[in-house]
Write a protein that binds this ligand. Structure first.
Ligand code: ATP
Length: 499
């Protein structure tokens, strides 16, 4: 079995996620989070929230809607531009995303090409349907939004499921600008569902039709793009990136990105913070992380600067996009102003201006798959998810050594004592060795065992997932010691290792 199958099997078997409506063989691209996946997703979202909203005292979260009226997408440009190139097999009628087909069959990147150019590549290379070798149709554009109707059937009431959460921030901009007392920069974050009718979702959990995004739109004065209050904090940070010009991995100090590469401070500050989030908060190994700049052909015309955030996926054999940092200028507010006729310009510090937007856009589900991919480890005797303690869905597992002699009762007492502060599981259903393997496999950082000694002196063992070392501590101190362990102290500093 390759790693991709191993990770997927583990995810489905243990309750991270599984295809939605499996019993009906439902359409690809829809997944349900099981109990562990849901715990982990909430943790990711909370970490994201805590980290990015704390970057500035004027960054806040709002909650909008998934269903938005057609006019919104006229204003945003999605009705016209949110298309993927599609080709259909004339024999088996399977539909393919034409640029992906070219990538798969010819190993050639065709992003940025027009539908006519993509069609030419297919024709000149005599590409056929990979499923049945049938002839492929002319490439045409396919709009990826799901449409819905609001109320009784009335053509006036067409709406769409939003393909990104960002529109909620643009639509709320003016209300929030005044509610937050007319300050810039102002950040509005949304964590919510996004819907894209992907032509042929594949790669398992990577490309979904219904997914969650965590996005932060930062509205700022374009005249101050080369300023950021906390610039000094990150100016020496080395950023790992590939620029469109140099096309090779480099590590460049923030200050040099600003001075020599002319990337504005406002942009570079957020690059440094995104990198810190991945390396220091989630502990993604440095060599697996990079920013990649999109060339002018690849990026949307309104994105003046666009780097994708990429991580190396073993399961997908390469660096893949998990997030993006987009300098969208005034494209969105201007579009909504033109379509709605509502003025989006504001007065800030006595200056009339149309704010520009920096967008931090993260796919939550892709990040979950990334974490499973990166931290899945197979050792000789066990499989484990070596997650950072902060992201592990279950933090502590409690076991009685045997399922008799008052040990389960005592173990239950310990379970109740800990569950006020931690996410704890309780299991008494097998041999201790098997129970350890089961919790290693889902990445539980600490395991507590209640044995006969516990009944005599009120002590238990704590086992560290990563090195399997154990210490013995009194139950009265357990909460405190675990708190310190979860805050990063080494287990051996908190008690004597049992030989
Ligand atoms: P892709 O090139 O993979 O289609 P994109 O460049 O269109 O993605 P954006 O529109 O920039 O993606 O969306 C921001 C983030 O949302 C992406 O970095 C990704 O993490 C996530 N995302 C986008 N489309 C999907 C999808 N179909 N399934 C899961 N996550 C997605």
């Amino acid at each position: 079995m390759d790693k991709s199958e191993l990770v997927m099997n583990l995810a489905m078997k243990r309750g991270f996620f599984f295809p939605t409506a499996e019993i009906y063989n439902a359409k690809a691209g829809f997944w349900t989070y099981g109990h562990l996946g849901t715990l982990m997703k909430r943790k990711f979202e909370n970490l994201w929230r805590a980290y990015f909203l704390s970057l500035n005292n004027n960054y806040f979260e709002i909650e909008g809607n998934s269903i938005l009226p057609e006019k919104v997408f006229r204003g945003s440009g999605h009705l016209k531009n949110f298309n993927d190139p599609m080709t259909e097999c004339k024999k088996c009628h399977f539909r393919f995303r034409a640029d992906q087909l070219i990538e798969d069959e010819l190993n050639q990147n065709s992003s940025g090409l027009s539908e006519k150019e993509i069609d030419d590549v297919i024709k000149s290379n005599k590409l056929k349907c990979p499923k049945c070798k049938g002839e492929l149709s002319q490439v045409r554009l396919f709009n990826m939004m799901f449409d819905v109707k609001i109320g009784a059937t009335n053509t006036e009431d067409i709406a769409y499921l939003s393909p990104e959460t960002a529109q909620n921030a643009f639509l709320s901009f003016k209300r929030e600008y005044f509610a937050l007392r007319e300050k810039l920069p102002m950040g509005l974050a949304v964590i919510g569902k996004a819907y894209r009718n992907e032509i042929s979702p594949r790669q398992g959990f990577f490309r979904l039709r219904e997914f969650t995004q965590a996005e932060l739109q930062i509205f700022f004065d374009p005249g101050k793009i080369n300023e950021f209050d906390d610039w000094d904090e990150i100016k020496e940070h080395k950023i790992r990136l590939i620029t469109a010009k140099h096309k090779k991995l480099e590590e460049i100090k923030s200050i040099d990105l600003n001075k020599k590469q002319k990337l504005p401070k406002f942009y570079v500050y957020h690059m440094a913070k995104i990198q810190e989030f991945y390396l220091d908060i989630l502990n993604v190994p440095r060599e697996r992380f990079r920013f990649r700049e999109l060339s002018e052909n690849e990026r949307a015309f309104y994105n003046k600067i666009h780097f994708d955030i990429e991580v190396y996926f073993d399961t997908l054999n390469g660096f893949k996009e998990i997030a993006g940092l987009h300098y969208r200028t005034d494209h969105d507010l201007k579009g909504h102003q033109e379509t709605s006729k509502e003025k989006m310009e504001i007065v800030n510090e006595n200056k009339r201006l149309m704010p520009h937007v920096l967008e931090l856009s993260f796919g939550v589900d892709r990040n979950i798959w990334m974490l499973l991919d990166v931290f899945f480890v197979q050792e000789k005797e066990r499989t484990l998810l070596r997650f950072n303690k902060r992201i592990a869905p279950i933090e502590i597992a409690v076991f009685p050594l045997v399922n008799k002699d008052r040990l389960p009762e005592k173990a239950n007492e310990v379970y109740r004592l800990l569950r006020k502060n931690f996410t704890v599981s309780y299991d008494a259903s097998g041999s201790i060795g098997r129970m350890y393997r089961r919790v290693d496999e889902i990445g539980v950082p600490a395991m507590i065992t209640i044995d006969y000694e516990t009944l005599e002196d009120n002590t238990v063992t704590i086992r560290n997932r990563d090195d399997m070392k154990q210490i013995r501590v009194n139950i009265n101190e357990l909460n405190d010691i675990l708190e310190r362990f979860f805050n990063g102290e080494k287990l051996q500093k908190l008690g004597n290792i049992i030989k």
